[in-house]
Structures are given as C-alpha cells and as structure tokens.
Ligand binder design. Structure first.
Ligand SMILES: O=C(O)CCC(=O)C(=O)O
Ligand SMILES: [Fe+2]
Length: 211
C-alpha cells in the first residue's frame, strides 16, 4: 500500500477559518493536494486589488532570468511587501490559509489577461540548476468572473478550474516524490470572451523576507 505524504495544509471538515474569514472548500484532489476555495476574498477586496494594480501592469516575464516569452502573453505586476492596507490584509489571510509564515512569501502578483491571452503549462517551482529556497505552494485568487475561457488547467490531471470572483485554487509541490510535484503542471487557458484578473501568491521553503 502506498502511504500518502504529509501535506502543508491539514484539513478538518469543509471550512478553513482564518482570523477574519471563513473559507469554503468546494473541491479537492488529495495528492498532490489541490483545493478549490470559495470566499477567499470579498468582492470589495477583489476590486481594490484590481484598481491598485491596473496602472502598473507590464508584459509578464518568466523564470529566474525574467525574460519576455510567448509562454506567457498576459501582463503582470508585483506589489511591494505589505505596501498598502489591502495588500497587508490579503497577505495576512493568505499566509494563515496556506499555513506558511509571511516571511516565506514571494511578493503578491497580479495578472491580467485580455481575449486570446494565456499562460502556457508550467511548474511554479524552478527545475533547472541548483535552486536555493525553491517555491513549495501556490494560491491563485480570481479577482473577477470571466465570461468565457481563462480556466486554470492541470493537463496531467485532466482537471480545470473556472475563475469565479473571490474564489481561488490552491496547490502544493513540497512532496519528496518528484512525480507528485510534476502533476501540478498547470496553465491559464486563453480568455475567449471578457478579461481575467488574478492575484497569485507563491510560498518558499524557507524564510527570505526581512520583516
Ligand atoms: O492565471 C492562471 O489561471 C494561472 C496563473 C499561474 O499559473 C501563476 O500565476 O503561476
Ligand atoms: Fe503558475
């Protein structure tokens, strides 16, 4: 019999409580742990993040070398750590939800996709070279409803998540078994109609923020 590996988030029941929010688990894959979560952000918080980000968007870059690539045709920006009250609030909630101290967090990232824009399948962890302090988990929060397309999809699992304002998909790739981590391959489907805004939080294995 295969023994399931420890996950970062330990679930009890179908809700997760943070200091200021009750989050609902509406879907789950056990290994790798993938959660579909409702009520992660309020509608007001979604709108605030979009408004704070929208004049600061640039064509997204990928990987450690930050090169522009066709893999990713959307635009993006990063907030400074705790740069305003909205970011602070979201960072605190997300850190509680992901069960990782905020000092392990990458800067909160906002992505924007227009019709036809997409993010091709990729891993959120770095796979080349000798990586120090790699990423271990991701939370993608949807900041608006997309009219058509724009699903986050996991090709190896034949699984996709439809964006819904205030909801999120969580996944982790902290497993000793490399094959389990590889199942978290994922991308953002092209938006067909409308636009898509998301906020992504990546967590690192070790603390790196100076707080
Ligand atoms: O836009 C999406 O659905 C996925 C975003 C993503 O993969 C990421 O930010 O790492
Ligand atoms: Fe990703």
């Amino acid at each position: 019999m295969n023994v399931k590996e420890q996950s970062i988030i330990h679930l009890i029941g179908n809700k997760m409580r943070t200091t200021d929010q009750e989050i609902h688990i509406v879907g789950k894959i056990d290994e790798p742990l993938i959660l579909i979560l409702d009520n992660v952000l309020s509608s007001l918080e979604c709108d605030a993040l979009v408004n704070l980000a929208k004049n600061r968007m640039e064509r997204a870059k990928i990987g450690k070398s930050h090169v522009v690539s066709d893999i990713r045709t959307n635009s993006s920006m990063f907030f400074e750590e705790g740069e305003n009250v909205w970011v602070k609030k979201v960072e605190t909630r997300v850190s509680e939800l992901m069960n990782i101290p905020i000092s392990h967090a990458d800067p909160l990232q906002i992505l924007h996709y227009k019709p036809g824009e997409q993010y091709q399948p990729h891993y959120d962890y770095f796979t080349s070279g000798n990586v120090v302090n790699n990423r271990i988990s991701t939370l993608v929060m949807y900041l608006n409803d997309v009219d058509e397309g724009g699903e986050t999809y996991f090709p190896s699992l034949h699984f996709s998540v439809t964006p819904k304002k205030g909801s999120a998909v969580y996944f982790e790739y902290f497993y000793n078994d490399k094959l389990i981590n590889e199942l978290t391959l994922h991308g953002g489907n092209p938006v067909a109609v409308g636009e898509k805004w998301v906020a992504t939080q990546w967590m690192r294995r070790q603390s790196h923020r100076v707080i």
